[in-house]
Design a protein around this ligand. Sequence first.
Ligand code: ATP
Ligand code: MG
Length: 352
Amino acid sequence: MKIAIFPGDGIGPEVTAQARRVLERLDLPRLVLFEGDVGGIAYRRHGHPLPAETLEMARASDAVLFGAVGDPSCDDLPRAMRPEQAILGLRAELGLFANLRPATLFDGLEELSTLRPEIARQIDMLIVRELNGDVYFGDKGIRTLENGDREGWDMMSYSTGEVRRIAELAFRAAQGRRGKVTSVDKANVLETSQVWRDTVIEVAASFPDVTLDHMYVDNAAMQLVRNPGAFDVVVTGNLFGDILSDQASVCVGSIGLLASASLGERQTEFGTFGLYEPIHGSAPDIAGKGWANPMAAILSVAMLLRHSLGREADASRVEAAVAKALADGVRGRDIGGSAGCTEIGDAVIERL
Ligand code: ATP
Ligand code: MG
């Protein structure tokens, strides 16, 4: 089991150090860990935010654990050399086409949610967002019309192949959860959504143990705050997923608690190759202070165990240890507590 760890910038190294300790504590068979540079630190050491050796390390691994990239001292560099290019480059080079973001409210943290506690308590969903297609990657441009107006356009497209692979991934994820997929589209007005919906229905036939329903994105945005307990796995395109996953994250509270996975097509010996990272960024304002909450990075390890290493039992163990620590009152500064980064790492490891 080869894991590449790319701590990156800001609080990235602090939180991944704790995540690494958790991973090492699990006694996985034949675990090999490598560390590589990405982001601003890679630019300073190697002259590029995503050095060739880092990319090679990712390709040779079963999974990547990623910290964060972002460095205010790089703001004046040309775009291609900025730290953020490292994550975009990794996604493109590694063919990561699916972004998975679980949204779960931990017991006792209802006050962090923007929703009423009785509604917030029901949230336990996984948003599966397509990452390589849609309006972000179609033909686009700006032209000047005869009357002098400027006109911009972005072409939205989805092929059956693109929809099929993300849908299959969502259905497989639902089999390990509550067995329900909600496909979100805008099939009443968009042709892309018609192809999306037809293809999802076709894929559903191979998963008789999973129930499928369809929802228009406008309705989904409403239901997410009105009745979030109705969602298990939500599968949607790049644009709708971008919006809904941020909406879901404020429904469950702190940025320091949310993990994400980006999965590719490559199958490893144990599961699907993927890159795992907290949804928070490099947070330069608190970097080096020992204040960062490493729980999102630790929960990223749980996702890594589940999707890339086929270690569901270990994944659940890690999630349970985080939940227990929170229930016992271990709180980072981001959620109104005073526990430091290492202290939170210790608390989780103690409860593993
Ligand atoms: P980037 O540009 O890399 O996204 P950022 O400054 O936008 O960095 P974010 O991670 O997006 O930082 O988070 C915004 C703020 O939330 C941070 O400035 C920090 O104060 C707080 N924050 C983020 N992550 C954590 C964490 N793990 N623990 C504690 N506080 C955090
Ligand atoms: Mg940010």
